[in-house]
Ligand binder design. Structure first.
Ligand SMILES: Nc1nc2c(c(=O)[nH]1)N[C@H]1C(S)=C(S)[C@@H](COP(=O)(O)O)O[C@H]1N2
Ligand SMILES: [Mo]
Length: 422
């Protein structure tokens, strides 16, 4: 008995429905070849971001470290712009890949309606792997873009879902590349790698029909666009997205980042006019909590000391130009002044230890972070009290905040109340 009738239902399940003369194995191979390095960059930088979070330390973990597939290899403090680079690439390249991904899906869309949907168990497996690949690619892009837009529509934990979605994607992609490599090779051997791009509209013909996947139309329509025109359209879309995104990784061109919510800086200019992630009001930090009664508690083992802000300001202060690089892709570099974390460690005998940083903020995962010994010991790592020669603004973490080179922005804790070296 047959699972599906021999004749496909009318509409997209019939091969005659798909008439674009541009579709074929060469076009799909070329789009795939262009997309692959981009998704590789996004995947690698995404995994690096998970490593940079140091989930093995304290309460840093968002993804359960017991089930994490990545080794806890630590994260350096140099170069200071390392996380700005990796995370800037992750977000920018991910956004730039969108037009290419859509074009690639368009190029294979007849396969979605292949008839019969499954013929053999092997084919069922292949289709399942494609479903996982396409599903995870769309899921990763949709959740990633929603997150960088601060559009928290999902009811699940973004980090956990985006992380495990990435592994599904990486696995399905590796399988897909291995399976399709011979098809790509043959498409390039038959058509040349770039030869079809030489044809203008008048010379645009369907690809040779030697095509096991049935991408070449049975009944091709007249072309309305050349292949290089299609590539120009897709590439132009990617460049346009890059142009309205990359500005957020700089302080000079931030206003050009039309698609980035963090192009806005606090109004009025001045030393504290750079992007704020979470305002003091949103974090429920009240003026009373940070008033003259504020003290910093510093502990290591049995040793505990408290300092007022004036006492901290009277210590040996250091000034460092360091970036805050947010996981959402924006970066700002400012000149911070404060007490070196290693000097504070020395005051309580907590040198070369892990450092638990706790905020006055009472709720939310970002109220605390754990720094590794190399991060707490770096001579540029500060408990910053001032920025650009002025007191920190309340929104930037007054009375005191953490600034550590190459640390993911999320761990540069604001409104610090307690430091525990252990
Ligand atoms: N206590 C506390 N610290 C925090 C946050 C927070 O929500 N609460 N946000 C973090 C994030 S995600 C970033 S990117 C940086 C941004 O610092 P800024 O707002 O001064 O630019 O602060 C970090 N420190
Ligand atoms: Mo952030």
């Amino acid at each position: 008995m047959r699972l599906f009738p021999e004749t496909p239902p009318p509409g997209p399940f019939r091969r005659s429905f798909w008439r674009s003369p541009l579709r074929g194995p060469w076009l799909t191979a070329l789009l795939g070849s262009l997309l692959l390095p981009l998704v590789a960059i996004v995947a690698v930088t995404g995994l690096l971001s998970q490593i940079a979070y140091q989930p093995q330390l304290g309460a840093n973990a968002i993804v359960d470290p017991a089930s994490d597939l990545l080794p806890a290899v630590g994260w350096p403090t140099s170069p200071a712009w390392l996380y700005a680079l990796t995370q800037g690439l992750h977000v920018t390249v991910g956004i730039v890949a969108v037009p290419l991904l859509l074009a690639k899906l368009w190029s294979v869309i007849p396969r979605l309606f292949a008839w019969p949907p499954v013929r053999t168990p092997a084919m069922a497996l292949e289709r399942l792997s494609i479903a996982l690949l396409v599903g995870s690619a769309l899921f990763e892009l949709a959740t990633g873009i929603a997150n960088v837009q601060y559009w928290y529509v999902f009811k699940f934990n973004f980090v956990v879902a985006h992380y495990w979605g990435a592994w599904v994607f990486i696995g399905a992609l590796a399988l897909h590349v291995a399976i399709k490599l011979p098809v790509v090779r043959r498409a390039y051997r038959t058509n040349g790698v770039l030869r079809p791009l030489k044809a203008d509209l008048a010379h645009t013909r369907p690809e040779p029909t030697d095509d096991p996947d049935g991408l070449v139309a049975d009944d091709p329509a007249e072309p309305t666009m050349s292949r290089r025109g299609l590539l120009g359209l897709v590439g132009g879309g990617s460049l346009a997205l890059a142009a309205v995104t990359v500005g957020q990784t700089t302080d000079v061109f931030r206003s050009t980042a039309l698609l980035a919510p963090r192009r806005q800086v606090p109004p009025g200019g001045g030393p504290n006019a750079f992007p704020v992630n979470k305002t003091a009001a949103a974090a429920r930090i009240t003026p009373a909590m940070v008033g003259p009664g504020w003290t910093l508690e510093v502990r290591a083992g049995e040793q505990a000391r408290t300092f007022t802000r004036d006492e901290l300001l009277a210590m040996d202060l250091a000034t460092e130009e360091l970036p805050i690089a947010c996981v959402e892709g924006w970066t700002t570099t400012q000149e911070w002044t404060g007490v070196r974390l290693r000097d504070l460690a020395a005051l309580v005998g907590g040198e070369d230890r892990e450092l638990l940083v706790e905020s006055l903020q009472e709720a939310g995962v970002l109220r605390q972070a754990t720094l590794a010994p190399n991060q707490a010991a770096d001579e540029r790592s500060l408990l910053a009290l001032r920025v650009n020669d002025a007191d920190l603004s309340l929104d930037h973490g007054y009375p005191a905040r953490i600034i550590v080179p190459a640390l993911p922005g999320v761990h540069n804790t604001k409104w610090v109340g307690r430091l525990t070296f252990s």
